[in-house]
Design a protein around this ligand. Structure first.
Ligand code: MV4
Length: 447
């Protein structure tokens, strides 16, 4: 087993990885920018190395600085967390070239899934249903027109190098296609340095349902069930649930099996997530994420599996510690993302934490690097805490969430707690009746 792991991240996920390491008897090395000298991930780690000034481009994305830190600290492996370098196949390859283990999938699998056209093709080959659309890059208007006629309007143009929603163009009618086609290509080039685009049928009111999977280097694969991540605003998830209130057991088992088999067929090793749109009882694969996700705790709560521990074991060459038959889903879990932002207009609210009192009690988990006296820097993502509740039923989760959000004191800055409190008492939310457009409408209606 590794003796020392370098954690190439910050915030709550750096703590999450540190905790798994400690329980495995592994020493940890934190890296940090000068904005994070007093951050909790630096305080908790066994060692720390400053890797640069506040801008992420010069610190948490600075590959030479991170590799140098791993050499100085004599680490065995690097865990990238989520965001930053976590889905950078070149980083994974550089880590391995320097003799460290990258705690994640192979660079080849990362490259395939990073190219959204290649990812869909790989999934089709592995028996996964995908959104109807172009199988290859769209290079000329005539093939775009033909494809749109074939699948029917509205259609969506997406960047092959994209993901996460940037640079997508909805096309409602044939006369809008030409303008959208050239706009999509130039935006794709500007955002992702790659003007390759593809077309899909535009689904008008789907839910976002994703399957947590894990493979090992012996060709074993498991599915850990689904998460419903439909509650989001501007492509930022706000609340996630395991399981989805929209699925029946047959649908749940079916998509879980399809995903597990796909991971096995792909020979994928490490943790991953297959993202689907779900509409009118059908699943459509859109993308695969090759990293640990922000919302992984809801899956941990309902399965009892420590996903980070499994990532580390598998990266070290061990077999998965569980077979599919050993995995059972127990109860329900909900995660709320708490951001240092105005709960009304979402402007960032960095600054000094004057009071801090997290909720506790049965079925309550808080993953956060906050403490009283900490200053939330303005240089990074505004996620400062995740409140996760677990209960026997969804209703128990809702009651537990209500009282936990009421207990939670984060003084000195604005947070999105008041927004979450309003969402979880809304009748639609209580009924589980929401799609990917629901939260934006809810926020607009409040204004
Ligand atoms: C779609 C779609 C509708 N139809 N694809 C947005 C992020 C990227 N991962 C994929 N996205 C979408 N792809 C088709 N064919 C709607 C979205 C979408 C969305 C998806 C999941 C969660 C939230 C979303 C918000 C807006 C649009």
């Amino acid at each position: 087993m590794f003796e020392k792991v370098l954690i190439a991240n910050r915030g709550e996920v750096a703590l999450r990885i540190h905790r798994a390491c400690k329980e495995m008897g592994i020493q940890t090395v934190a890296v940090h920018s000068t904005a994070d000298n007093d951050a909790m991930h630096v305080r908790l780690a066994d060692e720390s190395v400053c890797i640069g000034p506040p801008p992420a481009s010069q610190s948490y994305l600075n590959i030479p600085a991170i590799i140098s830190a791993a050499i100085i600290a004599n680490a065995d492996a690097i865990h990238p967390g989520y965001g930053f370098l976590s889905e950078d196949a070149n980083f994974a390859a550089i880590v391995e070239e320097h003799g460290f283990t990258f705690i994640g999938p192979s660079p080849d699998h990362m490259r395939i899934m990073g190219d959204k056209i290649a990812a869909k093709a790989a999934m089709v080959d592995a028996g996964v249903p995908v959104v109807p659309g172009s199988k290859d890059a769209l290079t000329d208007m005539q093939s775009a027109r033909n494809m749109a006629e074939e699948i029917g309007y509205p259609v969506l143009l997406k960047a092959a190098g994209g993901g996460g929603g940037r640079g997508m163009k909805i096309v409602e009618r044939p006369d809008e296609l030409a303008a959208a086609f050239s706009a999509a290509r130039s935006e794709a080039a500007a955002y992702f340095g790659n003007d390759t685009i593809y077309m899909e049928k535009f689904l008008t009111g789907p839910r976002h349902i994703e399957i947590q999977v894990m493979g090992d280097s012996f060709g074993n694969a498991i599915s850990m069930g689904e998460r419903d991540c439909s509650l989001q605003r501007r492509h930022q998830k706000v609340l996630e649930e395991a399981g989805s209130p929209a699925l029946n057991d047959d649908q749940r088992d079916s998509i879980s099996k399809i995903s597990r088999t796909a991971v096995e067929n792909l020979g994928y090793s490490g943790a991953g997530t297959l993202e689907f749109l779900f509409q009118d009882g059908e699943f459509y694969f859109i993308e695969m994420n090759t990293r640990l996700q922000v919302e992984h705790p809801v899956t941990e709560m309902v399965t009892g599996i420590d996903i980070v521990r499994e990532q580390i074991m598998v990266a070290d060459g061990a077999a998965l510690s569980l077979r599919q038959e050993d995995i059972t889903i127990s109860g329900h879990a909900i995660e709320c993302r708490i951001n240092a932002e105005s709960p009304i207009d979402f402007t960032p609210s960095p600054g000094l934490i004057t009071d801090y009192h997290p909720p506790g009690g049965l079925g309550v988990r808080v993953d956060s690097g906050l403490y009283s006296g900490y200053r939330v820097p303005s240089s990074y993502d505004s996620l400062v805490s995740k409140l996760i509740v677990h209960g026997a039923t969804r209703n128990e989760c809702l009651m537990r969430l209500r009282r936990s959000l009421e207990e939670y004191v984060i003084g000195g800055i604005e947070t999105t707690i008041p927004l979450l409190q309003r969402v979880i008492v809304d009748p639609d939310f209580i009924n589980g009746d929401y799609d990917i457009g629901w939260l934006e409408k809810f926020v607009e209606a409040e204004e």
